[in-house]
Ligand binder design. Structure first.
Ligand SMILES: CC(C)(COP(=O)(O)OP(=O)(O)OC[C@H]1O[C@@H](n2cnc3c(N)ncnc32)[C@H](O)[C@@H]1OP(=O)(O)O)[C@@H](O)C(=O)NCCC(=O)NCCS
Length: 156
């Protein structure tokens, strides 16, 4: 049985350490983790937390509108490719749209670019290097535009 629920920041730490900070000295804690408007989601496969993602209110000057940053997106190795990452992003979008958020952006690892592209995110930067982790691109998804496109489609 699969459950998707809101987590406390601390609940995400074990998967962050295992999947995102393996062999690194970088902290698993992230800026904004404890902000009152931060959203942490997790997917449980029976009693085991297998997928996490955190969403913090953070605005880039080169994007407009109400923005959240996606951070700490990870699925346990043994549970990857089962659709959990997709499900978690879909749930986050639904929650954030209800808060009138129209942009989600992230610093995407090179290895995850195609995952985010499948989820409707676009690359908006040149490649940059994150210490210890490696190459990244800034990517974003415009939630409002998608809502407008859906409305237009339903009016046809
Ligand atoms: C990237 C990650 C979060 C994806 O999670 P997941 O639960 O395996 O993803 P899903 O199973 O929901 O995949 C959704 C779709 O994306 C595809 N996909 C997933 N990871 C992919 C990748 N790295 N490259 C290309 N496509 C990928 C899947 O094949 C699937 O496609 P489909 O809908 O056509 O079947 C997971 O692989 C992971 O934790 N990777 C290591 C940590 C990491 O790099 N995190 C991102 C930090 S920016």
């Amino acid at each position: 049985m699969i459950r998707i629920i809101k987590l406390k920041a601390e609940d995400t730490y074990s998967i962050r350490k295992e999947v995102l900070r393996k062999n690194m000295t970088l902290s698993h804690e992230m800026m904004g983790d404890h902000d009152s408007d931060a959203l942490h989601l997790g997917i449980y496969e029976r009693d085991k937390l297998v997928c996490i993602g955190s969403f913090m209110k953070a605005a880039r000057t080169d994007l407009s509108g109400r923005q959240y940053q996606l951070r700490g997106m990870a699925t346990l190795d043994s549970s990857q490719g089962k659709g959990y990452g997709k499900l978690l992003l879909q749930e986050a979008e639904a929650i954030l749209k209800n808060k009138d958020v129209n942009i989600i952006w992230c610093n995407a690892r090179l290895v995850a670019i195609d995952f985010y592209k499948k989820m409707g995110y676009q690359v908006m930067s040149d490649v940059f290097e994150a210490p210890q982790i490696g190459p990244h691109y800034v990517m974003y998804k415009n939630l409002k535009q998608i809502r407008e496109e859906k409305t237009k489609a339903s009016l046809k």
